[in-house]
Design a protein around this ligand. Structure first.
Ligand code: GDP
Ligand code: MG
Length: 444
C-alpha cells in the first residue's frame, strides 16, 4: 500500500545520490519533493510540514561522515524521521500482571474488530497463552455467532451472552467468569456503529468502566483514509486508548493514515491486518516499514555502521595522519583496527550495490583471502617494537627474522607487507592535499 509513496521517494533519492556534493539548494529542492510525496500519500498537511522541517534541520546541523556520501546521509535522516513518524520503536500489548490480562477492542462497524479478535487469539495461543474470546457485541445476534465460530476455528474458549442478557449484566458476569478461570488473556469484542455518535461513545465508556481493561485498542480500517484520523481523534478524546490496530493494509489505500494516525491518537500502532485470513496479522515495526518505504535499507545500515565505528578520536586521528607528511606502520595498524570495527569485510561488501552480481563462491574466496591477509599484517605489525613501527627502515635481516618468529609468519610475508606499506605511503602523500580540500567540500 505504500507503493506510490515508495516510488516517489526513491525517485527523489536517486537524484540526490547522483551529486558528489550537496548544496543547501539541492537539499531544499529534494525535501520539497519529499513533502509533495507525503501529501500525495494522504499524510496530514501539518504532519508533512513538520516532518520536512525536522529533516532539514538535521541535514544542516550534522557533518557528513567521511565514509558515506552526502546523499546517503540525507536518506538516513529521512529514514530516521520516518521511523519517528511511524511511532519509534515497536510496541506491544500489555499482557503481564494479574491474570487474565484484559484486552478490549473498539471501533466502527466493519473495521475488522471481530476478525482481529480471532487473529490475536490465534497468535497468543501459538505463543502458549490460554485465551478466552468474549462476545460483547450484543447489537446483532449474528455477531455473537461469528465470534463463537471463530473461537472454535482457532481452538480457544468462548464466553457469550444468555438470551435476553443486557450488556452491563453480561459484562459483569463474563468478567467474573474470566477471573475465576484465570485465562492468560481475555479478549473482549464490542459493538460498533456506522459512525461515531454520542450513543456509541456512551455505551463503550460504560463497558470500559465495567471491564477496566489494561488494553483499550481501537481497530481502524486504513482504507477509509483521512476519515480514520477523525475517528481516531474522537476515540482518543472520549475514551482513553492504549493502542491502535490498522486493518486492511493489504488494500490499495495510500497509507497516509498509518503515517499520521499516531500523531492524532497519541498512542502507538500495535499490529496491522494484512488480509482476511486468520494468519494475516503482522506486528508493526516502524523501522522495518520505513526501510521498506524508502527501499534503501542497505544504505541506512551502511551509514549506521559508519556512525558507530567512527568516533571522535578516530576522526581526529585521521586528520592528524593527513597533516603528517608520511604514513607510519602505526597508522597502518590503526586503520586496520578501524576497518575491523566497521564489521567484517564481507558484511560491508554485501551492502554495496552491484556486489550481488559477483558469483557467491568467487566473492567468498576473495573475502577469505583479504581477511586472512589483514590478520597476517596485523600480527606482523604487533610483533614490531614501537620504534620499528615508526621507522621501518630499521628492519634489517635479523630484526625481520625476529618479527617473523613472533608473528608466526616468514620473512617473505614481512617484505610483502613492507612493499604494500611503501606503496600506500606514496599514495597518501599524493592524496594528502587533495583529501584536505575534499573534506572541506563535503560539509554543507
Ligand atoms: P467488525 O464489524 O469490526 O467486527 O468487522 P469484521 O471483523 O466483521 O470485518 C469486516 C470485514 O472486513 C470482513 O469481511 C473481514 O473479512 C474484513 N477484514 C478484516 N480485517 C481485514 C484485513 O486486514 N484485510 C482485509 N482485506 N479484510 C479484512
Ligand atoms: Mg464484529
Amino acid at each position: 500500500m505504500f507503493d506510490k509513496l515508495s516510488a516517489s521517494l526513491q525517485k527523489v533519492f536517486k537524484n540526490l545520490r547522483g551529486y558528489g556534493k550537496l548544496t543547501e539548494r539541492n537539499v531544499q529542492d529534494a525535501l520539497r519533493e519529499v513533502r509533495m510525496a507525503l501529501l500525495e500519500a494522504d499524510v496530514n498537511f501539518q504532519v508533512a510540514r513538520e516532518f520536512v522541517a525536522r529533516v532539514q534541520a538535521k541535514c544542516l546541523g550534522t557533518e557528513v561522515l567521511d565514509s558515506v556520501t552526502p546523499g546517503q546521509q540525507v536518506i538516513k535522516h529521512v529514514h530516521d524521521e520516518l521511523v519517528e513518524l511511524l511511532g519509534g520503536g515497536a510496541r506491544e500489548f500489555d499482557l503481564g500482571g494479574k491474570r487474565p490480562a484484559k484486552v478490549l477492542l473498539l471501533g466502527l462497524n466493519g473495521a475488522g474488530k471481530t476478525t482481529t479478535a480471532a487473529k490475536l487469539a490465534r497468535l497468543w495461543k501459538k505463543q502458549g497463552r490460554r485465551v478466552v474470546l468474549v462476545a460483547c457485541d450484543l447489537k446483532r445476534p449474528a455477531a455473537v455467532e461469528q465470534l463463537k465460530i471463530l473461537a472454535g476455528q482457532v481452538g480457544v474458549d468462548f464466553i457469550g451472552p444468555q438470551p435476553g442478557e443486557g450488556l452491563h449484566a453480561f459484562g459483569r458476569r463474563a468478567l467474573r467468569e474470566a477471573e475465576s478461570v484465570a485465562w492468560d488473556v481475555a479478549l473482549f469484542d464490542s459493538a460498533g456503529r456506522l459512525q461515531v455518535d454520542a450513543e456509541l461513545v456512551q455505551e463503550l465508556k460504560e463497558l470500559k468502566e465495567i471491564l477496566d481493561p489494561r488494553n483499550a485498542v481501537l481497530v481502524l480500517d486504513a482504507a477509509i483514509g483521512q476519515e480514520a484520523l477523525a475517528v481516531a481523534e474522537t476515540f482518543h478524546r472520549e475514551i482513553e486508548l492504549t493502542g491502535l490496530i490498522l486493518t486492511k493494509l493489504d488494500g490499495d489505500a495510500r497509507g497516509g493514515a498509518a503515517l499520521s494516525v499516531q500523531h492524532v491518537a497519541k498512542c502507538p500502532i500495535l499490529m496491522t491486518g494484512v488480509g482476511e485470513r486468520l494468519e494475516d496479522l503482522e506486528p508493526f515495526h516502524p523501522d522495518r516499514l520505513a526501510s521498506r518505504i524508502l527501499g534503501m535499507g542497505d544504505i541506512v545500515s551502511l551509514v549506521e555502521k559508519a556512525q558507530e565505528a567512527v568516533d571522535e578520536d578516530m576522526l581526529a586521528q585521521a586528520e592528524a595522519t593527513l597533516r603528517k607528511k608520511a604514513l607510519t606502520l602505526e597508522d597502518f595498524l590503526a586503520q586496520m583496527q578501524q576497518m575491523k570495527k566497521l564489521g567484517s569485510m564481507s558484511s560491508l561488501l554485501e551492502m554495496l550495490p552491484g556486489v550481488g552480481q559477483i558469483p557467491p563462491d568467487v566473492r567468498e574466496q576473495a573475502m577469505v583471502e583479504s581477511e586472512k591477509e589483514m590478520k597476517r599484517a596485523e600480527s606482523i605489525i604487533r610483533s614490531m617494537t614501537p620504534k620499528e613501527r615508526r621507522h621501518p627502515e630499521l628492519l634489517d635481516a635479523s630484526r625481520k627474522r625476529r618479527i617473523a618468529r613472533g608473528s608466526g609468519t616468514d620473512v617473505t610475508a614481512i617484505n610483502t607487507l613492507l612493499n604494500n606499506f611503501r606503496r600506500s605511503q606514496q599514495m597518501m602523500q599524493k592524496m594528502g592535499k587533495m583529501q584536505k580540500k575534499m573534506m572541506k567540500l563535503k560539509r554543507f
